[in-house]
Design a protein around this ligand. Structure first.
Ligand code: GLC
Length: 694
């Protein structure tokens, strides 16, 4: 398609139309479902030249809408949707996929999601969500890969590569990284709340996920709802143009979040929708998602010379370019096919992949007396509100519980003496059992957008159930459904084993059954710290030492609490397995390097058990002295390695100036000086080697 020629032939209305996105109901003969947007009357004029729509969940509907639309137009609609952790086959939430420490596996899952979504008419997914998080009260921590900048960057890249596949695969869909920027730093964990930070903190901690996606050529960026340092992101030209387009060199499309442009009136930043449209477009937002401010005001703003037609053309060009890259001009329906939908969605290979993803995402936090794995003949009592529930997660797209496998259904495949008692028989069942599995935690509606919580502990009714069961049986296993770190301090002592199942998606029940039976082995590692107490939040592993570190000084005039330890209950990078790994013989090839040199850091990892297993070996650094103080630990490398029973492997990491560097006020530098380098299988590090950068 000759986009420049097409652009020259377009009217101003057609150009402005491309910069507007509406929900699918605006294209249907139903009443417009106004969620948070304006009560704009729905009429043919509004959508006459629309460039894209969101939330079409139906292949037949997509084909009909596109067909009707193309009767009067030659520029097809883009269909966009939140395919966040699967389309119809739902794999674990991103916080769980982060815990796999397996970027390749996450890429495969995104590729699967892209195939299902594109077969159902989706062209763009509003994913990956890469906001770094440190506050488990926020409901959207489930959508991210956690608290570490290094891991977030790698996982963001993997997701974009999985979705887009360089647009060379007929099932490619465009990614849209979100929410730019710092949405995850919302104060007090309250959704949509303000974010405030120095430029140093922004670039050193919060920017990496977006950078990873942009470096992977993500097609779109979604701007966020929050203010950053007092200015709503929708009008934040420094962020959306100076940083995103110039510093990060993003050349793609920027879309606002849902009605975020008009939200600036409620932010008490701008008095009316016209000012919002002007400031948002000037700041760098190309597409207005559902505030309808661009539809209402851009034409006048152009007439008043407040918005230039050149800038309009630049924005429209990028949108036409994406439509061309996807192949929409050749075929406005791409892969959408009702017959193929039935073959592709929920096919065996997709369900197997979702099972594998769930298995690798579960984290074994405790396993005393080797209660797990269970013997196939064990007498098992399965109780709790989620025993027979399929937890498909807070952004479940078209996923349905009926297509999934619950814990109960999964366990039946591997265990013969399984009882799931009615409420009145819980105690008797528990009394008779060799082991009691308790499926507890949160419903998926307790996390997700708008679902922040001030109290992130196990609920009182579930604690009472635990105590009642503990009276009659001490072999308790907690199977925790959750979209966030949960405070387990009140209940940890009652359980011999604790497994975090997150929101595992369609195949969670099969995955947990394979793991509890020992058919497969645990390998998940936390990517977000589990607090001892809610008051510790925000809590994270890469904290600063302070001038009065409690861990070095003990009590009195130190940084900490009188009544709670500083450390989390379970730390970043932590997770057990049925294997027993010993890490030893940490070595460094030399003790100093210059600018263009590197060293090799190695460890030996011995699997001292008779169970084959994976372990994620993690490399951390600590810059002992720096211009801007750096964290006590920074993850700078990891390798997920398979080690057979009683075998030993040597794991090696290359360390050079890039490993040692940081974003000092936004500029990547490596300061000369001494560094401690640790290698461990969690952020509970001990041995280190010293390296001097000269
Ligand atoms: C929501 C979310 C965003 C999502 C968009 C479209 O408000 O903040 O993540 O992609 O609207 O559904």
């Amino acid at each position: 398609m000759d986009i420049n020629k097409l652009l020259r032939e377009m009217t101003l209305e057609e150009k402005i139309g491309q910069l507007n996105q509406y929900t699918v109901d605006y294209f249907l003969d139903t009443e417009a479902l106004i969620v948070t947007g304006p009560n704009h009357k729905k009429d043919g004029k509004t959508i006459k030249y629309a460039g894209s729509l969101l939330n079409c969940f139906n292949t037949k509907q997509m084909i009909e809408i596109q067909r009707n639309y193309m009767k009067d137009h030659n520029i097809p609609l883009l269909f966009m949707l939140d395919v966040v952790h699967g389309y119809k086959t739902i794999y674990p939430i991103p916080l769980a996929m982060g815990a796999t420490f397996n970027p390749e596996l996450l890429k495969r899952c995104c590729k699967m999601a892209a195939k299902e979504a594109s077969t159902c008419g989706v062209h763009v997914t509003f994913s990956p969500m890469v906001d770094m998080v440190r506050d488990a009260r926020w409901g959207r921590v489930m959508e991210t890969t956690g608290e570490d900048p290094y891991l977030n960057e790698i996982m963001a890249k993997s997701q974009v590569e999985g979705y887009q596949q360089d647009f060379k695969n007929k099932y490619s869909i465009a990614g849209c990284v979100k929410h730019f920027a710092c949405y995850g730093a919302c104060e007090s964990g309250k959704d949509y709340n303000m974010a405030d930070m120095s430029e140093h903190t922004l670039f050193e901690y919060y920017m990496s996920g977006y950078k990873g996606a942009i470096d992977a050529d993500v097609a779109m960026v979604m701007s966020s709802f929050n203010t950053l340092n007092g200015i709503p992101v929708s009008a934040n030209k420094w962020l959306l143009t100076d940083v995103l387009k110039e510093k990060l060199n993003f050349k793609g499309i920027v879309i606002s979040d849902f009605d975020a442009i008009n939200d600036m009136i409620k932010h008490q930043h701008l008095p009316n929708s016209k000012e919002c449209a002007y400031k948002a477009f000037d700041a760098g937002i190309d597409i207005d998602m559902m505030s309808i401010a661009y539809f209402d005001h851009l034409k006048d703003l152009i007439k008043e010379n407040k918005v230039s037609i050149e800038k309009i053309d630049e924005a429209v060009y990028k949108i036409l370019e994406l439509k061309d890259k996807l192949g929409l001009f050749e075929n406005p329906y791409l892969n959408a096919s009702i017959s193929n939908e039935k073959k592709v969605c929920l096919c065996k290979s997709h369900l197997n992949l979702a099972t594998k993803a769930a298995e690798e995402s579960f984290v074994l936090l405790k396993n005393e007396d080797n209660v797990l794995p269970l013997n196939e003949n064990s007498k098992i009592s399965l109780i709790g509100p989620f025993a027979d529930k399929v937890h498909i997660g807070s952004w479940f797209c078209l996923g349905e519980e009926k297509d999934g496998v619950s814990i109960y259904q999964g366990l039946k495949e591997n265990f013969v003496n399984l009882d799931m008692p009615s409420d009145e028989n819980v105690i008797n069942s528990a009394k008779e059992a060799d082991v009691v599995l308790m499926s507890l935690g949160e419903k998926y509606i307790e996390t997700g957008e708008g679902n922040s919580k001030a109290n992130i502990k196990i609920s009182d009714d579930q604690i009472q159930l635990i105590k009642n069961v503990y009276e009659v049986n001490k072999n308790l296993v907690l199977l925790l459904y959750t979209g966030r770190p949960i405070v387990l301090s009140d209940v940890e002592k009652y359980f011999k084993s604790i497994v975090v199942m997150w929101q595992p998606g369609t195949m969670g029940g099969k995955a947990i059954s394979n793991l509890l039976s020992g058919k497969t082995n645990f390998s998940g590692k936390l990517t977000m710290s589990f607090p001892r107490h809610i008051a510790q939040v925000p809590i994270y592993y890469n904290y600063l030492n302070t001038g009065r570190p409690k861990q070095m000084m003990g009590q009195g005039f130190v940084s900490g609490y009188l009544d709670v330890e500083n450390s989390p209950l379970y730390p970043f990078g932590y997770g057990l397995s049925y294997s027993n790994f010993k890490i030893h013989s940490l070595k460094i090839s030399k003790n100093s390097i210059k600018e263009d040199q590197y060293v090799t850091v190695s460890v030996k990892v011995k699997n001292q058990s008779n169970v084959d297993g994976y372990n994620t070996i993690q490399l951390y650094i600590n810059d002992l002295f720096s211009d801007i103080v750096r964290p006590v630990l920074e993850l700078k490398g990891f390798k997920k390695v398979f080690i057979k029973a009683n075998e030993e492997k040597t794991i090696r990491f290359k360390v050079d100036k890039n490993t040692l560097g940081y974003y000092r006020n936004g500029n990547f530098v490596t300061e000369k000086g001494d560094f401690n380098i640790y290698v461990s299988d969690s952020s509970l590090v001990t041995d280190f080697v010293r390296l001097t950068y000269k």
